[in-house]
Design a protein around this ligand. Sequence first.
Ligand code: FES
Length: 302
Amino acid sequence: MEIQTKIHIDYRIQDILGFLLSEDFVKVADTKHIQPSRMKEVQVDGENICVVNVEGKYFAINNICTHEGGPLADGTLEGYEVECPWHGSKFDVRTGEVKNPPAIEPEPAYEVKIDGNNILIKKQGKSKPSQLELTLQQKDKVEGTDVMSFKFSKQTDQVEDNKPLDHTAGQFAFFDIGGVYNDPKGQIRHFTISSSPTENFLMFGTRIRDSPYKKRLSALEEGAKVKLRGPEGQFVLHEDYSKPAVFLSGGIGVTPFRSMLKYATDKKLPVKIIMFDSNRNSNNILSYSKKSLMSGRTLIKI
Ligand code: FES
């Protein structure tokens, strides 16, 4: 009777340990598939992760560069530093720490375990950074241009704490729209949020080019879900309103100013703003800029 009980208990402990291991860590690659001084992009729970082999030791950090979304696994590795292929930011693969600008935000680092030939990464669970799921409400093509605007619900549908996105006018965010394959710039892009925090939707505008990402974006149906990471960026309105702001923009570059001007207008901020917006002709002035920016302001054509 005693022996039977012991066997039963041992089995339960093993079972529990196996359960915990499989819950916390997930296999992402075989060791022989990432040779020394090599990197590989893997996905865990929708997160893009860069797994690195430095002299037989494995490390993992987020694969999306915190500067503007470059794919780190396509960059170069020197010692413990990975260099982003887009603008040369460097990160320490052991900690995610920034070693070289222009990036200023560190990368999330992940715990790695080796089990036989398996590389395992610890899942981050529900407490991972601000990744929100949004629903596309409306998309519009701007007449006579290759610009499209995309408007999303601002309330998160399912994610952490169910908090709405809280951004500062002028910031940007990364958008993972899913279903993007073989895009040389990766599966995720960042866009400036052109809506103001005072509006009950989130919007961005972009030129539609011939890339897999942009093609997929333009084909999204209303109701489609996209993932957003952010917001990020420090290109925002200054806080000393005794000093005026002067904005210079051209074409689609108007988006952060649209957000800041709308915010300043809605909040009746006591700040003087002078804006120069350059376009090929008046038809090319984005209509959402004209409508939202110029309410209560004077548009001077030169
Ligand atoms: S996107 Fe990586 S350095 Fe700019």
